[in-house]
Design a protein around this ligand. Structure first.
Ligand code: G3H
Length: 263
């Protein structure tokens, strides 16, 4: 079965009601989006505001959520996972809350969470598992830093980040993998279509081998890192690039061109 193209807009910590009204206007004015799943991710305080205004074919994702708590050794030698849907976790939001808002998606493991806020592979995998158990879809981000690429560690880093999730045995039908090389994020230095395709192919092979051929074949692997209306068509032609996660360019009207990159 062909993989449906997926385009996400990650607004990061940008926007206010007035600018969100502008984004909503250009997204709602676009013709019905065909053969592409469109998901935008406003900052938490604006999730409900944006969702209420967007047309139904534009879904909304949160940029983060809380994890399952794993208590080792509570049941014999096995770990006991305790889902945390509410409680004393100041500043956090649970997947249950996101579902209550009617959201379908959450972004987890973005490089800014990993590298600015120090979130580990393990925490990222725990968050993903919890979100899926609550019924959310997860845009699971991976990607190497420039020094890691230059040291020849691109494959190793991306596989390590994925392996932490594979170990949790999640429902892969709820996951979109976003390959976002850190050196390409917000820098204007896009990975070439060949560079991106190479890593996407490795990721798919990894899923084939470590999970199953069905999962490898069905999982959408999207690219993020300085995607623009000018480079999206060539990137989107590559066989293992199933869409994009777009930062800066998702705040501008030309984002609609990126949504329609395959049309
Ligand atoms: O989540 C989106 C990525 O961080 C890409 O951001 O398109 O501004 O480079 P960017």
């Amino acid at each position: 079965m062909p993989r449906q193209f997926f385009v996400g807009g990650n607004w990061k910590m940008n926007g206010d009601k007035a600018s969100i009204d502008g984004i909503v206007n250009f997204l709602n004015a676009g013709a019905p989006y065909k053969d592409v799943e469109v998901v935008v991710s406003p900052p938490s305080p604006y999730l409900a505001y944006a969702k209420d205004k967007l047309k139904p074919d534009v879904l909304v994702a949160a940029q983060n959520c809380y994890k399952v708590r794993t208590e080792r050794g509570e049941v014999g030698e096995y770990s006991l996972c305790v889902e945390v849907s509410k409680g004393a976790f100041t500043g956090e939001q649970s997947p249950a809350m996101l579902k209550d808002l009617g959201l379908k998606w959450v972004i987890i493991g973005h490089s800014e969470r990993r590298h600015v806020f120090g979130e580990s592979d393990e925490l990222t995998a725990d968050k993903t598992l919890h979100a899926i158990q609550e019924g959310l879809g997860v845009i699971f981000c991976i990607g190497e830093k420039l020094e890691e690429r230059e040291a020849g560690k691109t494959k190793e880093v991306n596989f390590r980040q994925l392996a932490a999730l594979v170990a949790k045995n999640p429902d892969w039908s709820k996951i979109v993998v976003a390959y976002e090389p850190v050196w390409a994020i917000g820098t204007g230095k896009t990975a070439s279509p060949e560079q991106a395709q190479e890593v996407h192919e490795w990721v798919r092979e990894f899923l084939n081998e470590k999970v199953s051929k069905e999962v490898g074949g069905a999982t959408r692997i999207i690219y993020g890192g300085s995607v623009t209306p000018d480079n999206c068509v060539e990137l989107g032609k590559k066989g293992d690039i199933d869409g994009f996660l777009v930062g800066g360019a998702s705040l501008k009207p030309d984002f609609v061109k990126i949504i329609n990159a395959r049309n």
